[in-house]
Design a protein around this ligand. Structure first.
Ligand SMILES: Cc1cc2nc3c(=O)[nH]c(=O)nc-3n(C[C@H](O)[C@H](O)[C@H](O)COP(=O)(O)OP(=O)(O)OC[C@H]3O[C@@H](n4cnc5c(N)ncnc54)[C@H](O)[C@@H]3O)c2cc1C
Length: 442
């Protein structure tokens, strides 16, 4: 097996805190997958990875084997009448959109970046701004092909037990060769949007509840630097596909990039504070509704390549949790107050209400309630202590953390947050593992 795997330079995921060397293979054709996967075992486990947009350690297998799936990027079939697309697992959402949009189709849902592979979208059962109307990506998957390390190859469909484990299954149930999913019709590539400022997090809940039935897409930017009577102030963006406009796909490459690590002070408290209040002021001045191409509305961060370098060489964490409706108001307020008091918050705080759609996978992260996602620059002990305090609030509110964003969650919080994890464990392929899984499954 070792002849197919090459020692890599250090592999890092998006937050750049966890860095480790791996033995990496990058197959170019799908008929190579079976041979690579069969070489893994419980003592020498492997893991498939995509574009490494997960923030922490769920896509890392330090010291072990990794299959980089990104060269398996061929479209297998697309039916422009039904919108059903089948493509290799390394096809990115960005590539899929280049085919879908000009023909009047869009992804059923999309995370806040289009630089994610189909395999990664399934393995984290990703969600987007339209979770309350469309559910997760897994809800639109009609079939997928999975390779297990014992040589078994499965074509799975909704209803199969292994399908429920694989969607949201963090790459631990097998290596996905291709994914088939149902796209959504769009009348144009533009979104008719509206921004609504709010002065306190409690106001967010009132506005979001009122918007969710009228708008397909909703999410809010939240200032997590300002406390007191304005804690959790922000802007809620909502939008629907515009009936008018061209069916023009996005520009493939980001317009700007961060070429090197920013120095440690670049995203210091002052910068963050200024950034947030400028953003707040500008947005509050926007008059009435506006129209935006989906590239700007759905993927604002993709305009700058390698924006994760802004946090300097020590990297950053993203803390993303979801709290159930009963505890969401008080719990979110407490989380924001704690972050504000710590002075460690960043400009990239997002609030979003999830709908009541039943979860597709045993480990799917979204559940009915409110999700908060905050970037926190890595300052070692200080940062870990803050996140430990936040963990306590999430645990007593009956919430859970998102494995795709995590790099340090303790096993107990993972296990209480995902009550089906033992059922899931029965489907884990013993020849596959990750740093995340070793930490949370003990
Ligand atoms: C700017 C930004 C915004 C984001 N916004 C959102 C958001 O709004 N909603 C959301 O849900 N997520 C969001 N994410 C997280 C991202 O969508 C997920 O982490 C996604 O899974 C990353 O896909 P990837 O191709 O980079 O996979 P990786 O990060 O490389 O891997 C992710 C998981 O998929 C597994 N995997 C990958 N390919 C395969 C395969 N072929 N077979 C089996 N397993 C496989 C890996 O083992 C790993 O467990 C965001 C990330 C960024 C950087």
């Amino acid at each position: 097996m070792s002849t197919h795997f090459h020692p890599s330079n250090t592999l890092v995921s998006w937050g750049r805190v966890v860095k480790a060397t791996h033995l990496v293979a990058r197959p170019r054709f799908t008929d190579e997958i079976g041979r690579l996967v069969r070489g893994f075992s419980a003592t020498e486990p492997g893991l498939a990875v995509g574009l490494r947009r997960s923030y922490g350690d769920s896509n890392l297998n330090p010291g072990g084997y990794v299959i980089d799936m990104t060269a398996l990027d061929r479209l297998i079939a697309f039916d422009a009448d039904t919108g059903v697309m089948r493509a290799e697992a390394g096809v990115s959402l960005s590539q899929a959109l280049q085919v879908l949009v000009p023909r009047g189709w869009f992804l059923p849902t999309t995370p806040g970046t289009r630089f994610v592979t189909l395999g990664g979208a399934v393995a984290n059962d990703v969600h987007g701004k339209n979770h309350h109307s469309a559910g997760t990506f897994g809800a639109s998957v009609t079939r997928l092909k999975l390779h297990r390390t014992d040589g078994a190859v499965h074509e799975l469909a909704p209803g199969d037990a292994l399908f429920r484990a694989t969607v949201g299954g963090l790459g631990l149930t097998g290596v996905i060769e291709w994914v088939e999913f149902r796209a959504t019709r769009i009348p144009s590539a533009e979104i008719d949007a509206q921004d609504t400022p709010f002065d306190h997090v409690h106001e967010y809940f009132d506005i979001a509840a009122e918007r969710k039935d009228r708008y397909e897409h909703t999410m809010a930017w939240v200032d997590c630097m300002t406390g007191g009577s304005k804690v959790g102030r922000g802007i809620l963006s909502s939008g629907n596909w515009s009936p008018n406009g061209e069916l023009k796909a996005h520009q493939e490459e980001p317009k700007r990039k961060i070429p090197i690590d920013a120095p440690g002070f670049a995203l210091g408290r002052l910068t963050v504070c200024a950034f947030n209040s400028i953003r707040h002021d500008l947005k509050t001045m926007r008059a009435g509704p506006y129209r935006q191409h989906y590239e700007q509305f759905l993927y604002p961060l993709d305009a700058i390549a390698h924006w994760n370098r802004l946090y300097g060489s020590r990297g950053f964490y993203q803390y993303q949790c979801v709290l159930p409706p009963e505890t969401a108001r008080d719990g979110t307020l407490e989380l924001l107050e704690t972050i504000v008091a710590s002075g460690q918050g960043s400009p990239l705080a997002v609030l979003k209400d999830f709908g009541s759609n039943p979860p597709v996978g045993l480990l799917s992260f979204p559940r009915e309630g409110t999700t908060l996602a905050v970037d926190i620059r890595n300052q070692d002990e200080e940062t870990l202590e803050l996140m430990e305090t936040l963990d306590g609030i999430v645990a007593s509110a009956g919430g859970r953390l998102y494995p795709a964003k995590d790099g340090r969650i303790p096993a107990a919080l993972f296990q209480s947050g995902f009550p089906k994890w033992q059922e899931f464990r029965a489907h884990v392929d013993p020849g596959l593992s990750s740093a995340f899984w070793r930490r949370v499954s003990t």
